[in-house]
Design a protein around this ligand. Structure first.
Ligand code: ADP
Length: 374
């Protein structure tokens, strides 16, 4: 918008008319004081300012405006009786740009100048936008870099823990062999195996992440019974967590077509989290249901739960709920991989949770998940 400041009403009206005829939006002020008030309230691309006015003159107005951050990008065209007057501007108006037109106003020249200032304004606005986008992008990079560094440090720590345990058990095995103590030897061997399995899972997850990143996560989709899969997973998890009661409700008799191993991975992830994030509890409920086109699987725990605001984040890569992360080991990638597997089966994952009461992680996939959503 353009602001015309002139104490002579005829000048205001005629300038306004000409500019509006050329599709410029125009506002007017009949004194320097009124102009200052308007500049504080509105944003102007350009101010056409009469120099000789009673009260504040045009130069005083320009000086005052130069202190307004709001008018930083605003250009000023003075309408002065003689062009030499501009040299009286002591405090330079350094922002949007300055120009002058001598009276009587040559409308063609004025229009030319107005158009030029508008073009400059548009270009500088675009430049500012580009600069802002670039700064945002740099910040986003920086953030990704920080996240990556943090992840490498957590991942190394997570890998080191089972590795150190295995080293310890191997030393103990050595001693048991020397003593010929077979029962202790078997005990240490079993413990080493558990740690090796942990290590294997961690490395498999890390490899899955890089496969997802490079678009190389492949699926082998075959018909299978989700009920059979759930029963077998529940048995496996129960063996390593005998203190937990894993209760299954519902059943689905139809076969689904999907990658059984990958779906198993999702269910194991949900179940191990349900146990991990529910210390002091002893039950997990698993519900399976035929919902026409889709099969629904929900894993409900009675653990710490997740704040409503944070629930949407848990499926993001490397995300861990900050307040609880120090109490539980993890890399924050299991749910990200699970979400990707379900998405690639054309399905959906989600969570319903109440802090302090527990969570239900669920997925639903179409019975015939032949088409992938990429
Ligand atoms: P990890 O458990 O290795 O951190 P996940 O990707 O499996 O990684 O989970 C991401 C985050 O989601 C966890 O760090 C935890 O904060 C939260 N979370 C996952 N499952 C549960 C659950 N059953 N109850 C509460 N919080 C959970």
């Amino acid at each position: 918008m353009i602001l015309i400041v002139d104490d002579t009403p005829e000048n205001l009206i005629s300038l306004k008319k000409v500019l509006e005829k050329h599709n410029f939006e125009v506002d007017t002020a009949s004194s320097g004081e009124e102009a200052l008030k308007k500049v504080l309230k509105n944003e102007y691309v350009l101010i056409i300012l009469d120099v000789q006015m009673p009260g504040m003159d045009g130069f005083e107005v320009a000086e005052a405006i130069s202190g307004y951050s709001k008018a930083k990008e605003t250009a000023i065209i003075f309408l002065s009786a003689a062009n030499t007057e501009t040299k009286f501007i002591t405090k330079g108006y350094s922002s949007g740009g300055l120009d002058y037109i001598t009276k009587p106003v040559d409308m063609d020249i004025l229009l030319l100048k107005v158009k030029t200032f508008y073009r400059i304004y548009e270009q500088s606005r675009k430049l500012i936008e580009i600069q802002k986008a670039l700064l945002d992008e740099i910040e986003f990079r920086k953030q990704a870099e920080r996240k990556k560094d943090e992840f490498i440090s957590i991942a190394s720590h997570e890998l080191k823990t089972p590795l150190t345990s295995v080293k310890g058990y191997v030393q103990l095995l050595d001693r048991s062999i020397d003593k010929g103590d077979v029962p202790t030897l078997k005990k240490h061997l079993a413990k080493a195996q558990v740690q090796l399995e942990k290590l294997n899972e961690l490395i498999t997850d890390l490899l899955d992440i890089s496969k997802i990143e490079s678009g190389k996560l492949k699926f082998n989709k075959q018909p299978f019974l989700i009920d059979d899969l759930l029963n077998s997973v529940i048995e496996i998890i129960h063996q390593s967590n005998p203190e937990f009661k894993l209760l299954k409700t519902g059943s689905v008799s139809r076969e689904i077509c999907g990658d059984e191993m990958r779906i198993e991975q999702v269910i194991i992830n949900f179940l191990t989290n349900a146990i991990k994030y529910a210390p002091g509890t002893s039950e997990v409920h698993i519900h399976v249901e035929d919902r026409g086109h889709n099969v629904y699987v929900g894993v409900r725990d009675f653990g710490i739960g997740i704040d409503k605001d944070l629930q949407k984040n848990v499926f993001e890569k490397f995300y861990r709920v900050e307040e609880t992360a120090i109490h539980f080991q993890g890399l924050g990638i299991g749910l990200y991989i699970s979400a990707e597997i379900i998405r690639r089966h054309g399905g959906e994952v989600g969570v319903k949770s109440t802090p302090g009461e527990g969570s239900e992680f669920y997925f639903s996939i179409p019975f015939n998940a032949t088409s992938e959503k990429d």
